[in-house]
Every structure is written in C-alpha cells, then in structure tokens.
Ligand binder design. Structure first.
Ligand SMILES: Cc1cc2nc3c(=O)[nH]c(=O)nc-3n(C[C@H](O)[C@H](O)[C@H](O)COP(=O)(O)OP(=O)(O)OC[C@H]3O[C@@H](n4cnc5c(N)ncnc54)[C@H](O)[C@@H]3O)c2cc1C
Length: 292
C-alpha cells in the first residue's frame, strides 16, 4: 500500500520553488506520474508531499527565438510529437518521443520526467545529447543552466538537488542542412521500453561529413556521445565502406568504456547495426527540417 502523502498544485513557479524549499527534501515533484507512481507503489520513494508541476505555464510552453527552441519540462511526449516547431527544428527528438510507450503513456509522460527519471533506456536522452540540449533549472536559490549530458550522473541519478525544478530544455535550432536519424530497438510487445537506440545528427559540405554527433541509448549507465567515432568520421567522404569501419569503432568504443560483460556478445553486433541504420537514415533524410 502507498503510504499517505499531501498533494499540492502550485499556480506559479515561485510557489512551487517555495514549497520544495520548505519541504527540505521530503517532497517529490510529480508530472505525468508514469515513473513516479511505480516508485511509490514499490516503496522506492516515500515523500510526505507531492508537488504537481503540470499547471505551471513556464513548464508547459514550446517556444522559439531566432536561434533556439525551448521545450517546457511538463510538455508531454504527444505534444512534442505533434509540435510543428519541434518537427522543424529538432526532428530527431520528435521522432524519438513519438515511439515512447503507448498513446496513453505519451499523453501523460513528460519530457522533464523522462530526463529526471534518468533511466539508461530513456528515449529522449540520446536525441537531446546530439542536439547539445541544455536544461534550465529553477529553485528558491535562483536559476542555473546544466547541459543535459552533465545533468545525468548515472542510472536514475541526476545532479539536481531535491529542491530544484527542471523548468525547460533548450537547444540551438537545427538548420536545413542538418540531417538526423534515430533508430530504436525494442522488445516485440507493445509499450516496450527500448533495449538500445542510436541518435545521429550530421551535416555535409562539399561531399564530406563536416559535422557529426552520435549518441547511443541503453549501452552506458548515463548517456554519452561517441566522440571517437565522430572524430573518425569528420572530414571524410561518406560511403558504405567508411560506415562499416565506423560501426566497428562504435562497438570498440562501447567495450573500451564499459569493459567486456556477459551482454557484450549480444550488444556489440546490435549497436553496430543500429549505427549503420541510423547513419543511412540520416543521409536519406531529404531535408533536415520537416515543413509539413
Ligand atoms: C508502460 C510504460 C511504458 C513506458 N515506455 C517508455 C518508453 O518507451 N521510453 C521511455 O523513455 N520511457 C518509457 N516509460 C517511462 C516514462 O513514461 C517516461 O520516463 C516519462 O517521460 C516520465 O515522465 P512523467 O511526466 O510521467 O514523470 P513522473 O513519473 O511524473 O516523474 C519522474 C521523475 O522525474 C521527476 N520530475 C518530473 N518532472 C520534473 C521536473 N520538471 N523537475 C524536476 N523533477 C521532475 C519526478 O520527481 C520523478 O522523480 C514507460 C513507462 C511505462 C509505465
């Protein structure tokens, strides 16, 4: 049985920050509740107070300025998948969240909850890493920015303090020249969380790869970019031979960083195949931005 707790729905961000500060670590934020309620049921977390952030307007907006796109932490996966702005300027994120769980989970689950829950299998994290996204965090003590790559410390662990709220994430809008590919491998049953995934963004110039960012999902305790693979590919002319060699570097990098484990004989060929599919998909993308 879930122990009793208080439930508050603050109307302003300041009110939410004050409530969290006063609770001195005894409160938890709730957004869609799709992860948190499981933790409450299992007894993994026993807060005295739940603070519902889904009414806070700062957390509910998708906004653009000339250079950046900002997505509120309490925007749901369905809203992101339906957003024309995200499809135009961050298509890879739109694609990734549109495959999360089921329609019911996407209608409730939020991007902020997905990030802060910090599951190694969280589908939004590899796209956010290749988008170089930054989280904007607020609390009684003020506001700070944390790159998403630094926000996650390990499985289910972030650098956020108990009284901090993730307000929004923001990234530089992708230009029309940028191409992207996201591939996820999940179990066959509906609503399966991805076993492994691969996110790639790249830009070509004069027939060569000018810029590339690669991030796999579910292979490291916390999401990481594969800088070794990015450096290897930068400046080269893309072709199948190059991709095959690069795919071997992907699995070598995985083994170098994580060591050989019982799962390596399964994961190494799968991560190579995911990389190949994602990079091919990036190159096939006709226009980096979806204007429809
Ligand atoms: C059946 C099922 C299928 C699923 N499938 C997938 C899948 O395919 N891919 C995937 O990635 N995930 C999946 N999930 C996991 C989950 O739905 C997502 O992680 C979701 O995005 C969590 O968001 P939420 O709003 O429900 O978070 P909540 O459960 O409300 O919160 C999760 C955690 O984040 C904290 N939190 C929430 N918002 C904030 C904020 N603004 N600031 C600070 N802390 C905050 C909470 O305190 C809590 O610790 C699945 C879950 C279920 C139950």
């Amino acid at each position: 049985m879930i122990p009793p707790f208080d439930y508050q729905t603050p109307k302003t961000l300041k009110e939410a920050c004050d409530l969290l500060w006063e609770a001195s670590g005894r409160a938890k934020i709730i957004a869609g509740g799709t992860d948190l309620v499981i933790g409450l049921r299992n007894g993994d977390t026993r807060p005295d107070l739940l603070i519902d952030v889904t009414s806070l307007k700062e957390l509910r907006r998708i906004e653009e300025d000339e250079q950046t796109l900002s997505i509120g932490a309490a925007v749901t996966h369905s809203e992101i998948a339906d957003s024309l702005l995200v499809r135009r300027y961050g298509r890879i994120l739109s694609k990734a969240v549109s495959e999360i769980g089921s329609p019911q989970i996407r209608n409730l689950g939020t991007i902020g909850g997905n990030i802060v829950n910090a599951s190694p299998a969280a589908d939004s994290l590899p796209p956010l890493l290749v988008l170089n996204a930054v989280g904007i965090v607020s609390s009684y003590e003020g506001e700070r920015e944390v790159p998403i790559a630094q926000l996650i410390q390990g499985p289910y662990q972030t650098v956020l303090k108990a009284h901090e709220i993730l307000v929004r994430l923001s990234f530089r809008k992708l230009s029309k020249e940028m191409r992207s590919g996201f591939i996820r491998l999940a179990r066959r049953e509906a609503m399966a969380i991805a076993r492994m995934s691969m996110a790639i963004i790249l830009r070509q110039e004069e027939g060569r790869i000018k810029e590339i960012r690669v991030s796999p999902g579910s292979i490291f305790p916390a999401p990481q970019r594969l800088i070794e693979v990015e450096d290897y590919l930068t400046g080269k002319v893309p072709d199948e031979g190059l991709f095959l060699t690069a795919s071997k570097k992907v699995s070598e990098t995985m083994i170098h960083r994580s060591g050989i484990r019982a799962s390596t004989s399964y994961k190494a060929p799968v991560v190579e195949a995911l990389f190949l599919r994602a990079i091919r998909r990036s190159l096939e993308e006709e226009d980096g931005t979806d204007w429809s």
